[in-house]
Design a protein around this ligand. Structure first.
Ligand code: NAD
Length: 317
């Protein structure tokens, strides 16, 4: 199996590539190493992929993905993860979300229509904000008030309505783990504790999340890869799957776990909800469980793995 991954130096791209390499699958892909967050962290992931797994991350942009046509045409499928993430940030720079997530994705769609390879692409749980819980793929997505949410819903429409025969959209639920994204809750809380600065807690802590350890996410993607590759080439298949842990955790319990791992706390600033926030997320994972998915990392184990990595990587206590 040979797989081309966009956003390969990102959090989920990095962990998926490692996971797939261990299965003996060949991985290649691209990333534009943009500076939305710490570029050194992206480079560190790429360095590990090269040194430990022999994987090269091509420094390229999805807007020009047609330049990788030769390399991609030798692959069995494409996993499209490259995107601007984060609903809160998308209020500040909506155009970036339109450019990369929608226009950039359209370039991916066009090349895949030409090459007729199956595609697995990243959507997000955000498209279900406000709908009755737990969120099922059978229910309709909701109204989106932020460019990240609606750009990802547009991605689903782009692939479902494309001429590509086999596509799977994945709605990830709050991924976390080592080499994670610095704009996620666990990272921001760890930074606050470690630096002794104020921890901002939105909606006064009244939030629940379906936090999903990134290794479980990689395992979920593996299940969908095996499934899409088992389908007949000319079968029209455009499905959406949730990848979550399948359980809710109170935000303040998550904070407790992080504090436990540090053995200390910091000042908390309880503020109102951000307009992009949803009070609760919760994945119904029945559909992907039918493909063999079984998440196994509890929040306490996952938080411990993250904090151990964080302390070592940043040389902090
Ligand atoms: N992490 C989560 O909790 C989560 C939840 C829901 C959905 N997702 C989706 O999963 C995917 C991966 O997320 P992640 O958490 O690994 O984010 P990430 O930001 O770590 O990874 C995305 C990567 O894409 C790259 N990229 C961005 N624009 C690009 C472009 N124009 N050309 C080439 N590369 C580009 C970035 O440099 C980055 O390395 C994204 O599509 C995201 O929207 C993630």
């Amino acid at each position: 199996m040979k797989i081309f991954i966009t956003g390969l130096a990102g959090m989920i791209g990095f962990h998926s590539a490692k996971h797939f390499s261990k299965l003996g699958w060949q991985i290649c892909g691209l990333d534009n190493f943009n500076n939305y967050y710490d570029v050194d962290l992206k480079r560190a992931r790429a360095k590990i992929l090269k040194s430990d797994f022999g994987i090269d991350v091509i420094n390229a942009d999805i807007h020009n993905i047609s330049q990788q046509q030769n390399e991609i045409s030798e692959c069995d499928l494409v996993i499209h993860l490259a995107a601007y993430t984060n609903p809160r940030h998308s209020f500040e720079e909506p155009q970036k979300y339109i450019d990369t997530n929608i226009t950039g994705t359209q370039r991916v769609v066009e090349l895949m229509e030409k090459l007729q390879l199956p595609v697995i692409y990243a959507s997000t749980s955000c498209v279900m904000h406000g709908q009755p819980l737990p969120w099922s793929e059978k229910d309709s997505p909701s109204h989106q008030n932020n460019a990240y949410g609606w750009s990802k819903r547009v991605n689903e429409c782009q692939f479902i309505n494309s001429q590509i025969f086999r596509t799977i959209g994945l709605r990830f639920f709050s991924a976390y783990g080592p080499y994670g994204r610095p704009d996620t809750a666990i990272f921001l809380f760890a930074d606050a504790i470690s630096n002794g600065t104020e921890m901002t807690i939105y909606n006064k802590g009244q939030m629940k999340r379906d936090f999903t350890y990134v290794e479980d996410i990689a395992h979920g993607i593996e299940c969908t890869v095996k499934h899409i590759m088992s389908l007949k080439e000319n079968l029209e298949y455009n499905e959406i799957y949730n990848i979550g842990y399948g359980k809710q955790v109170e935000l303040l319990e998550y904070v407790d776990e992080i504090e436990k791992q540090f053995g200390r706390s910091t000042i908390k600033n309880f503020v109102d909800a951000h307009p992009a926030d949803t009070p609760e997320t919760w994945a119904n994972i029945t559909k992907i469980k039918n493909l063999g998915y079984q998440p196994k990392t509890s929040v306490s184990d996952g938080v411990r793995e993250f904090i151990n990595w964080y302390k070592q990587y940043y040389n902090k206590n």
